[in-house]
Design a protein around this ligand. Structure first.
Ligand code: C2E
Ligand code: CA
Ligand code: CA
Ligand code: CA
Length: 279
């Protein structure tokens, strides 16, 4: 309902611009949608640049909404994060992605394929995160070293001390940690040095400009150099052209992902499903 100038109230109708009511409806639908099995995970392959081999996949959530079709994260992830529903959503994505990794192994997928899952700021601050990750890996039987958790600089900076404690505990489990959207936040080198991360994911905005803009090229080159100087893997995201792929190879970047290789796709489109197991 929304207030009228005269003091009357009228029911909210679809199409009215009442962002608060729309958001509440969306969150209600999302909460039930998670339980009803409406979430999907799409996977975007990652390529090892020197060899061109598939090195891993990034799990990206989608929502098969009953009336609005397949929704991208931009339509619901911020609301989920602000409301706290992200915990339930994040736990679901983690479980699904880890179980899918095991299914690919069973189907004879590439050995050592890594599965990357995104973590939000709120998940990182959740005391149940580390036990959740440990439990999920143990139940599925996936070695921790096959899981990469991607965390944005912004999420790391929300509460750096709490983030550091979580990251150390995750490292102790043996999972790999990546700084996502690197270069767009306000990370200081001090934090980069303190956080026990394994990978830098160079933000798409720099990769997009690197073949036409000398500044963007210099930023990507610096990120690759910094990553390697610190013993980290340099991953480029948002690669859309062969020219970008070639430029990244020339800079010595380790891995890349982007529409040039593949858009995010359902698991069935990426690797074969396991053959039917007798019994
Ligand atoms: P992100 O983690 O930076 O993921 C990469 C995004 O860039 C994905 O968008 C992907 O589809 C898109 N992308 C990949 N290659 C290209 C390219 O070559 N060109 C362009 N223009 N875009 C490319 P998507 O799937 O819409 O996800 C958007 C964001 O939503 C993600 O950004 C991530 O921050 C968030 N997100 C997605 N899934 C999850 C999740 O399970 N949990 C959490 N916490 N966040 C998620
Ligand atoms: Ca990511
Ligand atoms: Ca990213
Ligand atoms: Ca991003």
């Amino acid at each position: 309902a929304k207030a009228q100038g005269s003091g009357h109230w009228t029911a909210h109708r679809p199409g009215d611009s009442d962002p608060g009511a729309d958001r509440l409806l969306l969150l209600e639908q999302l909460r039930s949608g998670i339980r009803e099995g409406e979430l999907r995970v799409h996977y975007q392959p990652r390529q090892h640049l020197p060899t061109g081999q598939l090195s891993g996949v990034e799990a990206l959530v989608r929502w098969q909404h009953p009336t609005r079709g397949l929704l991208q994260p931009a339509a619901f992830i911020d609301a989920a994060e602000q409301s706290g529903i992200i915990r339930e959503l994040g736990a679901w994505v983690l479980t699904e992605a880890v179980e899918q990794a095991v299914r690919w192994d069973a189907a004879g997928g590439p050995a050592g394929l890594q599965t990357a899952v995104n973590l939000s700021a709120r998940q990182l601050a959740d005391p149940d995160l580390v036990p959740l990750v440990a439990r999920t890996l143990a139940r599925a039987g996936l070695p921790a070293s096959r899981l990469v958790l991607e965390i944005t600089e912004t999420a790391l900076m929300t509460d750096p001390d709490a983030a550091l404690a979580s990251l150390q505990a995750l490292k102790a489990l043996g999972v790999l940690l990546a700084v996502d959207d690197f270069g767009t936040g306000f990370s200081s080198f001090t934090y980069l040095k303190r956080f026990p991360v394994d990978e830098l994911k160079i933000d798409r905005s720099f990769v997009t400009g690197m073949t036409t803009d000398a500044g963007d090229h210099a930023i990507v080159a610096s990120c690759v150099h910094l990553a390697h100087a610190m013993g980290l893997v340099a991953v480029a995201e948002g690669v859309e052209t062969a020219a970008e792929r070639d430029a990244l190879r020339a800079l010595g970047a380790d891995q890349a992902q982007g529409y040039f290789f593949s858009r995010p796709v359902p698991a069935s489109a990426l690797l074969p499903e396991p053959a039917d197991v007798p019994g």
